[in-house]
Design a protein around this ligand. Structure first.
Ligand SMILES: [Cu+2]
Length: 295
């Protein structure tokens, strides 16, 4: 077996033989004693482990923040989805951190890829709203595996008429089925952002058959307004704003549902199953049953 010149501990010549030229050669890893002190010699000083209680840094007493514990036992609380403008800096960081973590775990890419597969028929038909409701829920569940306090915030674009500034510097690279994709945006280049008048007009529809396409149209313009990754179906969910945009669309639907009881998408047979998941359209009607609310 070839000797690893970077592992002085495995150098048997040093342990058992004579050092060449009467003095030990310099440590390959730490050759400069001015920087590395004793570690620059061929045999670094003995390693002394810290005792268990002292291996982790502790903040000053006054800076201590108790870890958030989540209720796993039966009494599950509803996830509260908030207007992103109402998030604290800590809540913003937790959302972006959980997003980065699931991406680093390679759990985000496969979820984005589901959206790339037209076999699920989730656009331009009555499945649009219920399918994306379940899709958001799966994302929220994934984020909560990393941080149980995270709920997807919503982006009320019609009212705001601006991109969430705290996301501007966040352009992750997500490994998709076709290879790595780095999020890009081209804000405002190719579309106008629907405004509150547009939204009120969509809300005025009294049947799901007319409301559904109206709200999907508003949603489409939002995608194109952000542009870049968001402008293309296979890459859009790689941008965190996708989830916030869709939370807003889902919130609008929930608001409309409350105003129009009994108005549901006309879906039967396999079309009523929100594949690749097992939920039926009927299971998508009540958001509190699904475990979240909008405030
Ligand atoms: Cu979609």
């Amino acid at each position: 077996m070839a000797k690893n010149k970077y592992e002085p501990h495995c150098d048997h010549d040093y342990e058992h033989g004579k050092p060449p030229h009467g003095h030990p050669p310099e440590n390959q890893r730490y050759p400069d004693p001015r920087i590395y002190g004793d570690y620059a010699s061929k045999k670094p000083p003995r390693y002394v482990p810290h005792s268990f209680e002292h291996t982790c840094f502790k903040p000053r007493k006054e800076d201590y923040k108790p870890p958030v514990s989540c209720d796993d036992e039966g009494t599950e609380e509803l996830c509260t989805r908030r207007d992103h403008r109402a998030l604290t800096a800590d809540q913003q960081n937790r959302f972006l951190n959980a997003f980065s973590q699931i991406n680093a775990m390679n759990a985000l890419g496969p979820l984005v890829d589901i959206h790339a597969n037209a076999i699920h028929q989730m656009h331009s038909n009555p499945r649009f709203l219920p399918w994306h409701r379940i899709y958001l829920l799966r994302m929220e569940e994934l984020l909560q595996m990393v941080d149980c306090t995270v709920c997807i915030p919503y982006w009320k674009s019609s009212e705001e008429q601006a991109f969430p500034s705290w996301l501007l510097g966040f352009t992750p690279t997500v490994t998709l089925i076709g290879g790595p994709h780095t999020v890009t945006r081209n804000i405002g280049a190719f579309a106008m952002l629907p405004n509150t008048t547009d939204l009120a007009a969509a809300m005025g529809n009294g049947t799901f058959n007319t409301f559904g396409p109206a709200v999907e149209g508003i949603h489409n313009s939002g995608h194109v307004w952000v542009g870049g990754s968001m402008g293309s179906i296979p890459t859009a969910p790689a941008d965190p704003v996708f989830w916030m945009h869709h939370a807003e669309i889902d919130r609008i639907w929930a608001e409309w549902q409350a105003l129009n009881p009994g108005q549901n998408p006309n879906l039967t047979g396999v079309a009523a199953t929100m594949d690749p998941w097992s939920e039926n359209e009927v299971n998508t009607r009540d958001i509190t049953t699904l475990g979240y609310i909008y405030v």
